[in-house]
Design a protein around this ligand. Sequence first.
Ligand code: PLP
Length: 363
Amino acid sequence: MEIPFLDLREQHQSIESEVFDAIHRVYEKTAFAGGPFVEEFEENFARFCGTKHAIGVGSGTDALWLVLLALGVKPGDEVITVPNTFIATVEAISLCGATPVFIDAEPVTYTMDPEKIELAITSRTKAIIPVHLYGQMADMDPIMAVAKRHNIPVLEDAAQAHGSDYQGKRAGSFGIAACYSFYPGKNLGACGEAGAIVTNDDNLADVVKKLRDHGQQKKYYHSIVGTNGRMDGIQGAVLNVKLKYIEEWNNQRIAHAALYHELLSGCEKVVLPKTAEGRTHIFHLFVVLNENRDSFIEELANKDVKCGIHYPISVHLQDAYKHLSYKKGDFPVAEMNADRCVSLPMFPELRREQVETVVKSII
Ligand SMILES: *Cc1c(COP(=O)(O)O)cnc(C)c1O
């Protein structure tokens, strides 16, 4: 029996009638774009994150882009982020016409290295985007300390960190805002595309709400240039159902991670992921390192164990960012991670025997 890297079926079968009922209510109300189901989700999700506001949008990419727009990021500006992320983090900067400025990750958690920030700051730096990678938050205290010293807003990319925390607080409580994705494969996934912005800043919340709705002050009165970035009613309703289970699902992931750690301790084939002091890890991905990554993955696939790679090419070396003229060797930690990372099967419904089979195959 093949062990998939990710299986969404079992989870959706287990809540199928509840989800179908929710979709049916949207259908009866014809509340398809924004509307009461999205508002209900926004309230619940803000409470889950411990923030004042949550604003539902069309995707995680939109969430990042709209916050940067709201912060006034424009052509000529620079935004600091890491190159070892999903490309959307960087695209959001480019969509504003601004220039991404990369700094390396630190070698324990592979999140932004706070010590690299100061050297990258110029008079054009308009924002800093740390990424809460694989389910673990970046080192927010020192990141916020540098940002405050230079008076630069921090936007947290929390697309992989639903329910993860740092010193007991969740993403969005540190920076001016945090952005979430509800892409189906994320820890909290919609039945389609969706995202959200969470913030404690009333003014930012107001501007982002306008931006996602064509800059409307009220219907057909447009005070700023915006876009169509609303969340679908159906996705809001689905997410309202799924939010009730997220803690349980995260705990299942955490238990699988503990079992991987237990069974793989002392195994020299892989370097196991580490959780830093004061942080929780909700294991969106369980990423190990192996020096011969490609053959390692192929051998596991031959044993019917399917793995993922997050991500094989650091963003600074992607063709799409050739014009920035970065080269191999610029960010050794990010590049080492890209060369060696392997995402082992990880999803809440994974069974103990499956984890054991993965480990046996590795050994
Ligand atoms: C998934 C993801 C995004 C983009 O979210 P979408 O909803 O797919 O647009 C952004 N940043 C990171 C780190 C992600 O993992």
